[in-house]
Design a protein. Structure first.
Lengths: 267, 378
């Protein structure tokens, strides 16, 4: 396998280790992110590490792509600090309010502009939306195969990609032609920690900012206008426990208990 | 005045914290039990570039500077003051070469020290005392193109793991000289290793020189420069390093105090609602904020190239004593749990105490400050 151009899609999300600080705006039904530090979505970090591993082994370039508000430049720089060769931030008011379909549309246009890619890596899902929809949608827009829940990626002698895909009680092995979209799980690797020189170097380099115009996005397909799904409500469900009182003498209650457990299929 | 950290510094803090929490934390119990230095972590710190922050790029480092160094040491110290002190002494071992070495000496040693292939130390203190620098008894006699060095140094951090050791020796009456002595040189070996009640996992011990022949080219500066080299490096690298390690302890005390106070309930409510506990938490907070400002101010001054011996001494005295104070308050907050080995407060106190006299006692710090104070405010 020769030198590869790998695009890694990353998103900035609220730090999952500080989720207890998140509050929900009751009017807009959105997560209030101001008081919670933002980080690279954990699974996207695994995707980035995999891209770097592939580049380090086979040669090539890793380009990080993100569609986020301006503060996500920090995430792009962190990706550069980890070793990415280039970082592009899709940033435009036109992208605001995008659901997964609209996001995938915009990302696909940016990827088409980058051109010549061999592989697109993503985290399998984000910790905030947790839909897992962007990787398959992206693949569809780009008309290329996709594999989700990847825990291991290898290349075959004939230029295909061989992926171990996690399933409930094990894994399945899938082969796909390249280019392909591969969405990874945390089992795939341990993301590297940026070095001091990587961090200093990352802040000397450019994070390219692309707008909706740069990627020639159609207005009616971007942002809120291009989102067929809308968030109707966000709430924390109340988790209660079902309770049933059994009364009587101990021997009677014991019989009743066994009977109820049998009826419920527990025994 | 802009007191904020730069984006690079914030990212550095985050990276170091991640390293400390994911890679150092799992080894703490073993370090505390055995007292042994986890050499894989020492190597790892250098892989991440922590060992080369004071070394210029042309000699293999990053030249990131003293504020960056302080961030690294604080974040590591927050998890393990033992590892922070090990790293900061490595920097101290580099410092005579960085600040007083020739270009050839820098090229010879600094690239491998930046990468952690060689670990540094500085050997000054002797059984006669560390505060009485001129009283040291290690001698270096010139013989041909070398110096034969004999003596015994004690309480040297990294004594048993260092590869490159700056040794201060007498080359004449009241004339001190600094030599770089390398591991493997005949007549140079570690001696007794100390068994400390705190900073376990950070090696402290003796370094013994018996007719150790050191090439003259290993002299830092010229004969008689040793006192200036030693005091400058200890003041500008050693003391700030101890301070930053202690600052990590203070920070950790604050975090643990808040966490415990919010979690522990008495009289049907969290103890954070009890005024007595609130005062203890606030006192730790005050110590942290004052310590933080003083520590980073001194580091900033150094990065500006300003003379800051007074500030370094002030910070070192305040923060190390503050670490002990805050650990004691934390034990008060935890009650009986605070003295159990399974809970962190006791380790924080055990790690804080050895830092109080490291790189100079509190009394020596006052001595350094008083000279400047009497001059400046006359």
């Amino acid at each position: 396998m020769n030198s590869l151009k790998v695009i890694v899609c990353i998103k900035q999300v609220p730090d999952p280790q500080q989720l207890s600080k998140i509050t929900i705006d009751p009017v807009s039904k959105t997560i209030r992110r101001e008081d919670v530090p933002a980080v690279i979505n954990p699974l996207d970090k695994h995707a980035l590490e995999e891209g770097l591993r592939i580049r380090d082994e086979y040669g090539g370039r890793v380009i990080v792509l993100s569609m986020c508000p301006p503060h996500a430049e920090v995430a792009c720089r962190e990706a550069l600090a980890m070793g990415a060769d280039e970082a592009i931030l899709l940033c435009d008011r036109a992208f605001a309010g995008a659901d997964t379909l609209s996001t995938s549309y915009s990302l696909s246009l940016a990827i088409k502009r980058i051109r010549g890619f061999n592989m697109i890596l993503c985290g399998n899902e984000t910790v905030d939306g947790s839909t897992g929809q962007v990787p398959p949608q992206l693949a569809d827009f780009l008309n290329i195969p996709h594999v989700t829940r990847a825990r291991k990626i290898e290349f075959t002698n004939d230029g295909m990609v061989r992926v171990e895909r996690s399933i409930e009680y094990g894994y399945m092995v899938v082969e796909a032609t390249l280019p392909a979209v591969i969405a990874v799980t945390k089992e795939i690797n341990v993301p590297r920690i940026p070095t001091v020189s990587g961090i200093l170097d990352a802040h000397q380099r450019e994070v390219k900012i692309w707008t909706a115009k740069d990627i020639e996005a159609e207005e009616e397909r971007t942002g809120l206008a291009g989102s067929p799904t809308q968030v109707a409500d966000i709430f924390s469900p109340e988790i209660g426990r079902k309770g049933e009182m059994l009364r009587g003498k101990p021997e009677e209650v014991a019989k009743l208990l066994v009977q109820r457990l049998h009826e419920l299929g527990v025994i | 005045m802009d007191f904020s950290f730069t984006p690079e510094q914030e990212m550095l803090r985050k990276a170091v914290r991640e390293f400390a929490e994911k890679e150092i934390a799992p080894k703490l119990d073993e370090m505390d039990e055995t007292g042994k230095v986890p050499m894989d972590l020492v190597k790892r710190m250098s892989e991440l570039g922590f060992g080369g922050v004071l070394i210029a790029k042309e000699y293999g480092g990053t030249g990131a500077g003293h504020v960056a160094r302080t961030i690294i040491l604080e974040e590591i110290g927050r998890v393990s003051a033992a590892m922070a002190n090990t790293l900061q002494i490595h920097h101290l071992g580099e410092s005579p070469i960085i600040y007083f070495g020739t270009d050839e000496q820098k090229k010879k040693w600094l690239p491998s020290m930046a990468k952690g292939k060689k670990i540094g130390a500085l050997a000054l203190t002797e059984p006669v005392g560390g505060s009485d620098v001129l009283g040291i008894q290690t001698v270096a006699k010139k013989e041909g193109d070398a110096y034969v060095v004999s003596g015994r140094k004690c309480f040297i951090t990294n004594s048993h793991i260092s590869d490159v050791c700056g040794v201060i020796a007498k080359t004449g009456e009241k004339e001190l000289t600094c030599f770089v002595v390398e591991k493997g040189m005949p007549g140079f070996a570690p001696g007794r290793e100390e068994n400390k009640f705190g900073l376990r996992g950070c090696n402290t011990g003796e370094v013994v020189l018996e007719n150790c022949k050191v090439p003259a080219e290993n002299m830092i500066g010229k004969p008689g420069d040793g006192l200036r080299v030693a005091l400058s490096c200890i003041s500008n690298v050693g003391r700030p390093g101890v301070t930053a390690s202690a600052l990590g302890i203070v920070r950790r005390c604050l975090e643990e105090a808040v966490k415990y106070a919010n979690k522990r309930t008495l009289y049907g409510k969290p103890i954070a609602d009890i005024q007595a506990i609130q005062w203890l938490v606030t006192d730790i907070y005050m110590d942290y904020e004052i310590s933080r400002w003083m520590t980073y101010y001194a580091a900033w001054l150094r990065d500006q190239g300003a003379r800051c011996d007074t500030e370094n001494s002030l910070a070192k005295l305040w923060v190390t004593r503050g670490a002990v104070r805050c650990a004691e308050r934390l034990i008060d907050i935890f009650g009986a749990y605070g003295v159990l080995n399974e809970y962190i407060p006791q380790r924080l106190l055990r790690d804080a105490w050895p830092l109080v006299s490291a790189a100079g006692t509190s009394e020596i710090m006052r001595l350094v400050m008083v000279r400047e104070v009497l001059r400046k405010f006359a």
